[in-house]
Design a protein around this ligand. Structure first.
Ligand SMILES: *Cc1c(COP(=O)(O)O)cnc(C)c1O
Length: 711
């Protein structure tokens, strides 16, 4: 999109390598393994030490090393190939979106999200919601869909996690050095572009950073600018402030500031997509623009609602942000005046009667003022229609206008390079163009089991090696007790059955379900000849005490000598660790309390790598599970009591592990290959990759929602 262009910082590089600088500032490299290797091959140790940060790499690498690289024919050939591909990609005219949606060409889709998970070096995400948003941008880029992202550039990013010897989560908030990150300040006439948002007693100024995600720009708002008070400068410092004052201000900045920023940058979106309700104030800002030109609020809303799309991710009312009315008074009084509304009329836009009093619900605001509304899986669609039925009282539940589009993951981003290479050989290069075509995947039947198993073994060894190096680094810097060294995974064995459990530690995820009978679990993991290892990882929101207690409970079990080092907790779950885990374990365990998962995506990342899902029939897995591509926990229904549900799910979990999963894994042929297991791995890759890809998902957004908004 030729909107606003900022000048990229340059690096002191030999002429023949000069374009590495450009590549470092376009996240396209993060889902192109060969492009990533142009950086890692410069110096593998440095690449790890700098946490996969190409900008720091190019700044710190010695000239002598670069001169060596110039003489390395393989490297220089690869450099040529990568930039030929990059140029072809950036200039491609004949894209899917261009062919099928010519109407979209002139005006982009604006995609608003509180978080974006694009790469571990840019920690502006906390979990699945953000990673989904990041994958959505990458896919939009691949499909040639004109789309721009809008979010926040958090000065401190999301916290890094340390676990104390007693299992307590400690949060480290480190200021990010923007100079080291692939972000660029948007400037206008030599000065930082600035937009302003008014609160009743003051205005807050925002500057804007641009991130390039292939062909898609992402604009990030930042209140850390001169002229703002110290307090206001911190408004965008962290994700999800837990005090409601700062939370509502953040959401005002995102919704209202985001619209103003796009105007200032010169972008006129045709579609406005809200990823969750945090950005719902954008609906009011768009109406305000028209009211300012003389329209009534009612008319303004009628004219703008058709272009708004709202994706809900929460299956419980409490999961949506709701604000007490006095906070609305405190921060939005100026806005209802500008909309020509009274205080009561403004409350009515999103008034929610709750047992504890009335609130202003961001979910209701978004639902009322968006014509396109979707949940993120089939079951979640059903739950959402029931949950919001009261907004459409005259309709039957089934006719509540909330559809569903099941989430997906960006294949190129999550599939292991080795597996991709194997599929290149088997399918022929270019198969990624057709990755959502189920017929392509039938060819997997003829893949020799040995080839797939070898790749999988390689990835398991890689995970083990990686965990060991992480422990070493932690031990060297001090403050790590020897028992923590064991708890972090040094005794793992890459040839044993390994289960991964990694996600945010929200209580509904029931991370401790597998600990409900610790003695039985210890027996399972220590069976002679058939041991089992479990790797846990995940952060709890710093204000979530029950979540932190859950981590502590797990950590205390992990530390017990009887586990033999086979239960492990790895600190600081992020996209990098996620990549190692979803590629390098055997089984991906997920035990949410149905129907709380909404969709879930980490299991998709695992499944497309041939890691077998073992999960509650909730969200996406309920749609994917076919009896042959993994295992279910519990049945396709809910019990009335949570305790009963927990007990039944735990029982099913243990017995399937004991009777089906472990025996199948250790059932080997004469070449030590578990043929039955590999059969399931193929079935997993075949069923998960096409259907649960963002390729399928973004196309569905275009066909079901975006193109409607254009009519
Ligand atoms: C994919 C991903 C998630 C989402 O995990 P779910 O278990 O599906 O909720 C969270 N965090 C990270 C770092 C991820 O990569």
């Amino acid at each position: 999109m030729d909107t606003f262009r900022t000048q990229l910082p340059s690096f002191d590089l030999p002429k023949k390598l000069i374009r590495l600088g450009e590549l470092a500032y376009n996240l396209w490299w993060t889902w192109q393994p060969e492009a990533a290797r142009l950086f890692s091959q410069l110096d593998r140790d440095m690449w790890e030490r700098l946490h996969h940060n190409p900008i720091r790499m190019l700044r710190e690498i010695k000239r002598a090393r670069l001169n060596e690289v110039l003489k390395d024919k393989d490297y220089m050939d690869s450099y040529k190939r990568v930039f030929t591909d990059f140029d072809a990609y950036m200039n491609q005219q004949d894209t899917w979106a261009h062919r099928t949606q010519p109407k979209l060409a002139s005006h982009p889709i604006a995609y608003f999200s509180m978080e974006f998970g694009l790469h571990e070096t840019l920690p502006i995400y906390s979990g699945g919601l953000g990673v989904l948003a990041g994958d959505h941008l990458k896919e939009a880029s691949d499909l040639g869909l004109p789309l721009v992202g809008v979010g926040f550039m958090y000065a401190q990013g999301y916290f890094s996690q340390r676990i104390s010897e007693d299992g307590w989560q400690e949060a480290l908030n480190n200021p990010l050095k923007f100079d080291d990150l692939p972000v660029n300040l948007v400037v206008e006439n030599g000065k930082p572009l600035s937009v302003s948002v008014e609160f009743p007693d003051r205005a807050v100024a925002l500057q804007v950073w641009e991130v390039r995600v292939g062909r898609v720009p992402l604009y990030l708002l930042d209140s850390n600018v001169e002229g703002n008070s110290e307090f206001d400068r911190l408004l965008t410092a962290r994700l999800y402030w837990s005090d409601l004052d700062r939370r509502i201000m953040q959401e005002v900045l995102l919704g209202i500031g985001g619209v103003r920023m796009l105007r200032a940058v010169g972008i006129d979106p045709a579609v406005w997509h809200m990823n969750e309700g945090h950005a719902a104030f954008l609906t009011l800002e768009r109406a305000r623009e028209r009211v300012a030109k003389g329209e009534t609020f009612e008319a303004a809303i009628q004219k703008t609602r058709g272009q708004n799309i709202f994706t809900t991710h929460t299956p419980v009312p409490a999961g949506n942000d709701e604000f007490p009315l006095w906070l609305i008074d405190k921060y939005l009084a100026a806005i209802w005046h500008q909309l020509g509304l009274t205080q009561e009329q403004f409350y009515d836009l999103a008034r929610h009667d709750q047992p504890h009093g009335q609130t202003f619900s961001m979910g209701i605001l978004a639902l009322r003022f968006s014509e396109g509304r979707n949940a993120v899986s089939e079951l979640h669609g059903r739950v959402s229609r029931e949950m919001w039925h009261f907004l459409w009282k005259d309709r039957r539940v089934d006719d509540v206008p909330i559809t569903y589009i099941t989430n997906g993951v960006h294949t190129a981003n999550w599939m292991a390079r080795r597996l991709r290479l194997l599929l290149d050989l088997h399918f022929g290069a270019g198969w990624m163009e057709r990755l959502d075509d189920p017929e392509l995947w039938d060819k997997l039947d003829t893949l020799p089991p040995q080839a797939l198993w070898e790749v999988h073994q390689h990835l398991k060894r890689k995970l083990n090696f990686y965990l060991r190096e992480r422990v070493r680094d932690r031990w060297i810097v001090g403050g790590f007790h020897p028992v923590q060294v064991v708890s972090a995974g040094v005794l793992l064995n890459p040839y044993m059955l390994t289960i991964g459990f990694a996600r945010r530690f929200a209580t509904y995820k029931r991370a401790s379900l597998i600990l409900s009978d610790v003695e039985r679990l210890l027996h399972i993991i220590n069976r002679p000849n058939m041991p089992v290892q479990i790797v846990f990882a995940g952060k709890a929101h710093p204000a979530d005490e029950p979540g932190k207690q859950l981590i502590q409970k797990i950590y205390r079990t992990v530390k017990r000598a009887e586990t033999g080092g086979r239960l492990v907790f790895v600190e600081d779950y992020d996209m990098n660790l996620a990549r190692y885990l979803v590629q390098g374990v055997d089984v991906w365990l997920n035990t949410p309390r149905r129907p709380m998962e909404a969709s879930g995506t980490s299991g998709m990342k695992a499944g497309l790598n041939g890691v077998l899902n073992f999960s509650v029939l909730d969200g996406w897995w309920r749609e994917a599970y076919n009896g042959k591509n993994g295992w279910s926990i519990g049945e396709d229904k809910q019990m009335d009591s949570q305790d009963t549900q927990d007990a039944m799910d735990a029982q099913d979990l243990y017995s399937k592990l004991e009777n089906e999963i472990i025996p199948l894994y250790y059932d080997r042929d004469i070449n030590n290959i578990p043929l039955g297991w590999v059969e399931r791995m193929k079935e997993s890759i075949k069923t998960v990759t096409p259907q649960f890809s963002t390729r399928r998902m973004v196309k569905e957004y275009v066909e079901k929602l975006y193109s409607k908004a254009l009519e």
